[in-house]
Design a protein around this ligand. Sequence first.
Ligand code: MTE
Length: 322
Amino acid sequence: MLIRKQRGWEIPEMRATPEALFWRRREVLVGLGLGGAMLLTRPGRARAVAADDPSGTLYPFPRNERYQLDRALTDPDVASRYNNFYEFGSHKEIWEAAQTLVIRPWEIRIDGMVEKEMTIAIDDLLAKMPREERLYRHRCVEAWAMAVPWSGFPMAELVKLARPLGSATYVRMETFLDPDAAPGQRQVWYPWPYVESVTIAEAMNELAFLVSGVYGKPLPRQHGAPLRLVLPWKYGFKSIKSIVRISFTDQRPVSFWEEIQGSEYGFWANVNPEVAHPRWSQASEALIGTSERVPTQLYNGYGDYVAALYAGMEGEGERLFM
Ligand code: MTE
């Protein structure tokens, strides 16, 4: 994960317009005969979603107004064309390569220290979960940020469904393993599959959100279809994509990036502007799709929700912000 440079498309006028409004504005311009050149630049596949998604009719999910933003939404085309998904390459333009991912049928295995292990199909899971849309900030460890409307359900509901044993303390999650579909997984020096983990207390926090959609539609593959995690107070690498397995355990799992470079990417990875990454500052962040940089906030601005989870832990030698 490296620091990015400003891209040509990061022009202020492209920023922060909700999708419907964004395209309506262009339709008006076309009507006036002004929009031809813009239409030529309208991307197609980057935002394309699976037409055969059996849960497609569930969208949009009703918005939960509790989660408000301090900034404008990121333009959907910017968000879906600037992604980290190492399974499809170690650069940001993986969206096209990610279209090879087959997302139906898709099953999720729930196992380990639970009352009863189970395998559940994604559409059965979505049908039984309380669905909602939330506006969240998202902060990558590489010091770029976006703000998007995610569609999903609280991770706490998944924990309740799984019924973990009282002795379980961690939730370990795994991404698919399919080197035929994902060329990045043929790079044998990475410890595939991608693994991430949180404590059960973190999983039960109201902010932890399992996500199946964005901008009112099913997730495009590059964002981690058909199911990913979103933890807005942590650096983005904790928000594992395209999950196939969720295990409950009493041993702290070692995550993908921790295994690759434990001195730079730890278990907790809570956002903190005052704790620099060993190779760059975390004091501010670039808002993708704009030329703006804004100060980074402790816990990415979500301290009221999560700070209590970590009370007193630094004294125990935990690296909470790495
Ligand atoms: N999950 C998997 N399986 N593979 C990845 O490479 N990258 C992580 C996270 N989840 C990653 C992943 C990182 S570093 C970030 S910042 C976010 O996904 C990016 O999510 P986005 O591309 O939807 O913005």
